[in-house]
Write a protein that binds this ligand. Structure first.
Ligand code: NOJ
Length: 550
């Protein structure tokens, strides 16, 4: 039996934590195959420790054919051999725990890979079998079943159903996939499915994992009774909550999470979880309540334009929802699914990011200086808020999106499934630059699975480490200060000039952000940190400053 390390301590460690998201295939590559690996993470523990974070969240590292960047899992209780072994995982966990960094793994319960042994078994077993009941198979409509059972779309492309060929070679049933066809949806009314995920949760918790991020947490339970309503958009504003309720955010889903909570609470400290839940805002507190997952990702601020009023409303709403849930709020500006925020903030207001990527990032033009200034200011603002801040790998370097990836290099299923009209999410998943020059800028010795642009070295760890004013040093300082100042107490808004946001936290800590175009006087007090040097007593545009008020 391998040595497993457990981090004990305060059961509430997560409530005000700073959490760093690692997309393992693009973090660091030790075995030189162009794909990041588990040993790569272990090799960078010092870097993570110096950043001052409390936990890492690892996107999937499980065996996977990579039809959707690893969110198509073929074996939930193992490590992809290209990324290492379970022994490597244990070693990584031990190294992270040794410096008090906790570890979240990604649980993907809505769908598996089509290469998962259960799906392969279901294909062979044929209609009506117990094996098919673990997924959502239905007969097609039309004289010969040639029409899908309903008009449901998928997140990646026009159709949410795919027809299979039966073992005797005839065209057969259809299966549901809310994402790519390589990601068949599980039937969560099936006991095997339910039991297997409990086994998976325990498997990782027993190894010492501290928490879980739960993928597509809102969609596990579905009402598959006929007639199925029309669902041609997953947008609540378009389809309506009453209809989307057929597949999203069903009441019985919450019973699943209440059962999971019992498992989490068997451990000391209890394992924690965060829901990725696309439920209506007013329903999110359910997922975040202490008897369910405990926290829910708040994406709202990520979608706000750089405007003081919009930020203020978003912050107030998120804090109210978290309080209603008895949870703490979460804050996030970038992830493996979004255009990096250093680029978003450099683009003109109202830019459609999909269209911008289709022009290789040339139209409309981008202002990188402005983008980075706003990105730094936004992150300092977020770090001053009560709750957890999530940092996506590379944003601490100020990395912009790689917008000009060549068609042939794109991996995201969105590209093919949407008829090559959207490039998808590869531009934020390009492997990290660690050194100014050299083989894949220090990512590894064997190239990089998504090509890095020439300018990547300018944003490398080597280029920023120890350089006063660099984005990396700003993050390090801000995270360390926050650690000393952060508490559960709520913020108090302070009246401030138009286009600025000013709030107080306990013990005289204040944060002030200038969203406008003019310099404005800094609040009274000692300057603790600024995202950009002040001009005398003036806070320049696109700047956040932290003040110690007397
Ligand atoms: C959300 C994940 O963040 C995304 O990357 C993935 O494609 C979908 N869920 C499907 O698993």
């Amino acid at each position: 039996m391998a040595q497993h390390t457990f981090l004990k301590g305060d059961a509430n460690w997560w409530r005000q934590a700073t959490i760093y998201q690692i997309y393992p295939r693009s973090f660091a590559d030790v075995n030189g195959d162009g794909l990041g690996d588990i040993k790569g993470i272990t090799s960078r523990v010092d870097y993570l420790h110096k950043l001052g974070i409390d936990a890492v969240w690892l996107s999937p590292f499980y065996p996977s054919p990579l039809a959707d960047g690893g969110y198509d899992v073929a074996d939930y209780r193992n490590v992809d051999p290209r990324l290492g072994t379970l022994a490597d995982f244990d070693e990584m966990l031990e190294a992270l725990h040794a410096v008090d960094i906790r570890v979240f793994v990604d649980i993907v319960p809505n769908h598996s890979s089509d290469q998962h042994p259960w799906f392969q078994e279901a294909l062979k077993a044929g209609p009506g079998s117990a094996a098919r009941d673990r997924y959502i198979f239905r007969d097609g409509k039309g004289a010969n079943g040639e029409e899908p059972p309903s008009d449901w779309i998928s997140h990646f492309g026009p159709r949410g159903w795919t027809r299979v060929t039966e073992p005797d070679g005839t065209p057969g049933q259809w299966y549901l996939h809310l994402f790519a066809p390589e990601q068949p949806d599980f039937n969560w009314d099936n006991q095997d499915v339910y039991d297997d995920f409990i086994t998976t949760l325990r498997f990782w918790a027993d190894r010492g994992v501290d928490g879980y991020r739960v993928d597509v947490a809102h969609a596990l339970k579905k009402d598959m009774s006929d007639p199925m309503p029309s669902i041609k958009s997953f947008d609540y504003a378009v389809t309506g909550e009453d209809v989307l309720k057929t597949i999203f955010d069903r009441e019985e889903l919450h019973q699943v999470y209440r059962e999971w909570r019992k498992v989490f609470n068997e451990y000391d400290p209890p394992r924690v979880a965060i829901a990725e839940a696309n439920a209506p805002l007013y329903r999110r507190p359910l997922y975040a309540s202490p008897d369910e997952l405990g926290q829910a990702i708040n994406f709202d601020i990520l979608h706000q334009p750089w405007r003081a009023k919009k930020f203020k409303t978003s912050i107030s709403n998120a804090l109210t929802l978290a309080q209603a849930a008895g949870s703490s709020s979460t804050w996030v500006l970038s992830s493996h699914d979004e255009v990096r925020h250093a680029s978003r903030y450099g683009l003109p207001k109202g830019t459609n990011y999909d269209n911008w990527l289709m022009t290789d990032g040339t139209v409309p033009g981008i202002n990188y200086t402005r983008g980075l200034r706003r990105a730094r200011a936004a992150e300092m603002l977020l770090l001053a808020l009560p709750g957890c801040t999530y940092i996506y790998q590379g944003e601490e370097l100020g990395l912009p999106e790689v917008a000009d990836l060549h068609d042939k290099d794109l991996q995201d299923p969105i590209w093919i499934r949407d008829g090559k009209t959207r490039k998808g999410r590869d531009g934020c998943r390009v492997p990290l630059p660690w050194t100014r020059e050299g083989s894949s800028f220090g990512f590894g010795t064997g190239g990089s699975h998504l090509p890095q642009p020439e300018w990547f070295g300018d944003y490398s760890v080597e280029a920023e480490d120890g350089v006063p004013g660099s984005t990396l040093e700003l993050y390090r300082e801000a995270i360390s200060l926050r650690k000393q100042l952060q508490s559960e107490e709520q913020l108090e808004w302070i009246d401030s000039p138009a286009k600025t946001l000013h709030f107080a936290r306990p013990n005289g800590w204040q944060s002030f952000t200038n969203f406008g175009a003019k310099n404005v006087p800094a609040p009274a007090g000692k300057v603790l940190l600024a995202s950009r040097p002040l001009k005398g007593n003036l806070v320049p545009k696109n700047t956040t400053v932290w003040i110690q008020a007397s």
